[in-house]
Write a protein that binds this ligand. Sequence first.
Ligand SMILES: Nc1ncnc2c1ncn2[C@@H]1O[C@H](COP(=O)(O)OP(=O)(O)OP(=O)(O)O)[C@@H](O)[C@H]1O
Ligand SMILES: [Mg+2]
Length: 273
Amino acid sequence: MLTGEVESHLVSLVAPSGQEAEQYRALRHTVEQRHKSNALSVIAISSPGVGDGKTTTAINLAGALAQGSENSVLLVEADLRRPSIGQVLGFNGSRTVGLVDAILDPSIALEDIVQARPPYNLSVVLAGQVPASPYEVLKSPQLGTLLDQARAQYDYIVMDTPPLAIVQDCLVVTRWVDGVIVVMAAHQTPRALLETALDTVDPTKMVGIVFNGFDNLSSGRYRNRYPGYYTTPALDGAERRGSFTRMGRKVGAMLRRGEDAAVRNRRSRDRSR
Ligand SMILES: Nc1ncnc2c1ncn2[C@@H]1O[C@H](COP(=O)(O)OP(=O)(O)OP(=O)(O)O)[C@@H](O)[C@H]1O
Ligand SMILES: [Mg+2]
């Protein structure tokens, strides 16, 4: 049942032509280019830890892709430990069958679990029943079969997935996908955790790092500061892995500079009071 409004930081849905949605439009462009050149269709959005902005990025990227009326886009809630797409997109009320149900019961078809999200040009698969052991469910080849069916029907399948550095769930999911986008949060994602997370991703599947620059330090509440993203040119194997690890270090150094500046600003504000 669709009852609620979507949340305001889902800028690709609520203000798609605004400045805040610009970085997601740029990310959409990268994904569309890789769709043409490398047949990139199934994209996992993950991050090193919890609360980095995976769900926000997955919905905003799916929303940006869905802006292209020629694009058919499916958003899949595959973070079975902390599913939240249903709530933030306003699917409230009675539980519907979802991804887990279709993985456990092959007689449930993809069409049975896909829901439209009007007025957006977006189809959604929610998690469904939350299992006791997400890992066991996600490693089922039935997930691969469902994604193959989705690949035949949609241009882009954007998956909100579990964190990379904490449990093994995400690694089993990335087995079935064409590409991985790693989200990191300003002032939150520790650099070492980012590097560990980047090391776990198959370098041939890395699409890029999204820098989710929301800031809850200086203002005491979330303030959107336009996510940025980094991608590398087509590199292979170790070269590609090294490139992302270096990027992780660079991003870590940048964050430390940002944190130092935030602390300096706070101190000078306190002194001037
Ligand atoms: N760019 C942003 N602007 C404003 N708020 C944001 C932004 N990114 C994330 N948030 C807020 O931060 C919180 C965590 O974001 P989100 O749910 O996207 O992260 P997550 O990585 O999916 O978390 P989890 O690990 O719990 O699934 C949410 O309350 C979300 O509304
Ligand atoms: Mg989430």
